[in-house]
Design a protein around this ligand. Structure first.
Ligand SMILES: [Zn+2]
Length: 106
């Protein structure tokens, strides 16, 4: 199955920002589950996740695998939470501007 078809089958938009252009979407794998992110969110998440501790054993033991999956999930949740916070702040800013300068058609 092509990447585009996989993305379409999984989800149609980035879970953080809602980007829906299939060419900009990537899968982020967490413990057997795939979340869909746009390239920007994927890069941001990978940067965050790259700070995880180095593997303690090769191959990693079960606890390390579970810990890695938990950290990846936390990174994803933080990315989504931060995007929601930026969106909420943008709405607050808009409401404040409109309160200061209400348009006559409201
Ligand atoms: Zn995104």
């Amino acid at each position: 199955m092509s990447k585009r078809r996989r993305m379409k089958a999984l989800h149609r938009a980035c879970v953080a920002y809602g980007e829906a252009n299939l060419r900009k979407l990537k899968g982020y794998h967490i413990g057997g589950v795939t979340a869909v992110l746009c390239r920007n969110c994927f890069r941001r998440l990978k940067r965050t996740h790259s700070t995880k501790p180095r593997p303690m054993s090769i191959p990693p033991d079960k606890l390390e695998v579970v810990t890695d999956a938990l950290l990846a999930e936390v990174d994803l949740l933080v990315t989504v939470a931060e995007s929601r916070m930026r969106f909420a702040q943008a709405l607050i800013n808009r409401m404040q501007r409109e309160a200061l300068d209400p348009s006559p058609d409201k």
